[in-house]
Design a protein around this ligand. Structure first.
Ligand code: GUN
Length: 283
């Protein structure tokens, strides 16, 4: 292997240390509410991790677990209650919601000032407009890990494979913002042959949700490869990148697990502090 491994665990610890130092400055204990509906086991694991992270930096974790049979109105009523609770600075509704529930309406119901996932249309709209707001955690985490390892972003050619509203699209917007200044292309499942485009990338981000989609043939020698994929397969958790093969070609690469995942979790805490700071002025 020739590529440098970009260690998300180490960088996430650095972000968490900054958050932990910011908590006492708030003058009150910030609160992060998590809402988990149904019994998807991966979602339970994720939320457990997020709650543990929150407590570890001094953020109070308030957890609501609802059965899969919960109605849309009941979920909305819970969100309304959390919106009205001044002790809660951030609200995270774990997605996906069970069949029959309408995720978009639930996310839209969250007070944008408490939308620590950065997925409310108001916050995504602010991102599009280049205005300050809460940014989605995974794209935020991708940029933070690149910055930590001093991988040049300004002027870089970035190819993002994947156009989800959770990762691909907001990441492309964030990387092309004024002051960040990457030149960004988005590829997706209908793009056809990927290699002619991906081999032009200085930074290649794989966020398509397809195991081993990205092979050595997709990567320009020396490029940085960021693997956002979280695919549960029979052989365990794998990313979108064939790590062993790509690590022989790339200059730097994030592993799965231990790359972007810990960064996403750390940026949730960072967003919670940002939300708490902004709200403290108004309470
Ligand atoms: N499910 C998978 N990723 C996420 C995320 O970033 N936020 C929420 N709320 N649910 C998710």
């Amino acid at each position: 292997m020739t590529a440098k491994t970009l260690d998300g665990k180490t960088v996430a610890e650095a972000v968490k240390a900054v958050v932990a130092a910011a908590v006492p400055q708030l003058g009150r204990t910030p609160g992060l509410a998590t809402v988990l509906v149904g019994d998807d086991s991966a979602s339970h694991t994720y939320v457990r991790g997020k709650r543990r992270d929150a407590e570890s930096v001094g953020i109070r974790s308030i957890h609501h677990e609802l059965p899969a049979t919960t109605s849309q109105d009941e979920v909305i009523a819970l969100v309304d209650m959390l919106n009205a609770d001044d002790e809660i600075d951030g609200i995270l509704v774990q997605l996906p919601l069970p069949d029959g529930l309408h995720s978009e309406s639930v996310v839209e119901r969250i007070d944008p000032a408490k939308d620590v996932d950065g997925l409310h249309p108001v916050n995504l709209g602010r991102l599009l407009l280049g205005r300050p707001g809460l940014r989605p955690c995974t794209p935020n985490g991708v940029i933070r890990i690149l910055e930590h390892y001093r991988i040049p972003i300004a002027g870089a050619r970035v190819v993002v494979v994947g156009r989800s509203f959770l990762v691909g699209r907001p990441l492309a917007l964030m990387l092309s913002e004024k002051g960040v200044d990457a030149t960004v292309s988005i590829a997706h499942s209908r793009s056809g042959e990927l290699a002619p485009l991906t081999t032009t990338a200085d930074i290649l981000v794989a966020a398509a949700g397809v195991p081993t989609l990205i092979t050595a043939a997709h990567v320009r020698p020396g490029a940085t490869v960021v693997d956002v994929g979280v695919n549960r397969t029979e052989s365990g958790l794998v990313g979108d990148v064939d790590f062993d093969e790509v690590a022989e070609v790339a200059g730097a690469i994030t592993p799965v697990p231990g790359g972007v995942g810990p960064m996403t979790r750390a940026m949730l805490l960072s967003n919670t502090i940002d939300a708490a700071r902004a709200r403290t002025g108004r309470l």
